[in-house]
Ligand binder design. Sequence first.
Ligand SMILES: [Zn+2]
Length: 104
Amino acid sequence: MFIATVISPTEREEFTCSFCDLAYPTEHYQILLHNKKLAYFRLEESGLPQKAREDIPSDCLCHGCLYDILAREAKGGKELKIKFLYFGKERYGIIDPDDESGFY
Ligand SMILES: [Zn+2]
């Protein structure tokens, strides 16, 4: 299962998506996150077997790239389970590669 943790705006001074280079300083990220416009995630995979992947784990991904990566992982396979951690709250989601609507 994949675990995506929302990164707190107070954690760093500058946030850059390691995939698309989308970057914001803390004060902008705080506003965007508060308004649900943008979230940066840490992405890890728990459990075995671990496959070697280029993009996972990642310590800073914007929500758009997170979705792209997970949709690619799910492609051709079955649904992908994901656990979201949002400031201590847990939420579970399922990535369906046929659903284009995203999850944010
Ligand atoms: Zn990105």
